[in-house]
Design a protein around this ligand. Structure first.
Ligand SMILES: C[S@@+](CC[C@H](N)C(=O)[O-])C[C@H]1O[C@@H](n2cnc3c(N)ncnc32)[C@H](O)[C@@H]1O
Length: 296
């Protein structure tokens, strides 16, 4: 499935030197996409589900935990409140700063954030973590096989990896935002690997197998994240349009083709139809994701 311009890609059929240059370009596009706008505006609607997910992880005091693609700490902070020793790693410097600010404001000395790339965590030693989680984070990195290898490498034998991944063609919010947006965006470059493939069990199994994890160590479950915002669905959509990199890019592409109104209309119909809040002026949207658990 293609995705809005700027989402990561994997280069193919090029010389090694070209690949290196291409790799940097793609990495920069990946970083630029998430530093664009202000993802904290969307993350604010994900706090309750982040806390609920963390509560289900069996976190104990002193557990060493990596939150990869952590954003501004929607899951990292609740894990630290439960006593885990948390490192959040994210490619976007503005989100790393926001996470550190949030942890500091709460006085959470056991929670820190640093910049890093899920495809290459060379600054982290093998087996450093009891638990590595990535909730809608590492799925957005290019080179999914490298991501799988790195997540496995930094998690200690006997430890656990938990991923939350959006599912391609799922009828709920995020998969549909990305699907609608892709229809307005230029076709992806050759060799593009959609982030949504992390929501397909066979792809997850293949990537983890290449990282040395046998299929019987992997389990899957469908789970739900609920977005909640104290504003109307239209105002909530405006947050995506103004602050969420992938949606911002889709609107930029639509504008270039004179299709802004069509994109707005399709997304508004989606947000309204998905809203389950009984309150006027409030939005509550459940979205289905694939929860992947790996026993290392
Ligand atoms: C949809 S947000 C989710 C953030 C957070 N996990 C949450 O639940 O709020 C995706 C996150 O993945 C991060 N990300 C994207 N590509 C990455 C990469 N290659 N390495 C590390 N983080 C990455 C983005 O910067 C962004 O913070």
């Amino acid at each position: 499935m293609p995705l809005p311009a700027g989402l990561p890609d994997v280069a193919v059929s090029r010389t090694p030197a070209q690949k290196l240059g291409e790799g940097h370009r793609l990495m920069n596009a990946n970083k630029a996409l998430w530093e664009k706008g202000d993802f904290t505006r969307i993350a604010a609607s994900m706090r309750e589900s982040g806390e609920a997910l963390v509560a289900s992880l069996g976190i104990t005091a002193g557990m060493k935990m990596l939150d990869l693609g952590c954003g501004d700490g929607t899951t990292a902070l609740p894990a630290a409140r439960l006593g885990a020793d948390v490192l959040g790693v994210d490619i976007a410097s503005n989100l790393v700063e926001a996470g550190n600010r949030r942890a500091q404001a709460e006085g959470l000395k056991n929670c820190r954030f640093q910049e890093g790339d899920a495809t290459n965590l060379s600054e982290l030693a093998d087996g450093s973590f009891d638990l590595a989680i990535s909730i809608f984070g590492a799925m957005f990195a290019p080179k999914p096989f490298d991501v799988a290898k790195e997540m496995v490498r930094v998690t200690r034998p006997g430890g656990r990896i938990v991923m939350g991944n959006w599912i391609p063609n799922d009828p709920t919010l995020v998969a549909q935002i990305l699907k609608i947006s892709s229809a307005y965006s230029p076709p992806p470059p050759e060799g593009f690997v959609s982030p949504m493939t992390w929501g397909v069990e066979s792809n997850v199994i293949e990537r983890l197998a290449a990282a040395g994890v046998p299929g019987e160590k992997i389990s899957f479950a469908k789970d739900t994240y609920t977005f909640t915002a104290p504003v109307t669905p239209a105002a909530f959509l405006a947050d995506f349009r103004n602050y969420y990199g992938p949606t911002m890019n889709a609107f930029a592409a639509a504008e270039a083709n004179g299709k802004t109104a069509n994109l707005q209309e399709e997304l508004q119909a989606l947000f309204e139809s998905q809203n389950r809040s009984a309150l006027e002026g409030a939005t509550k949207v459940p979205a289905t994701f694939l929860r992947v658990t790996v026993a290392r």
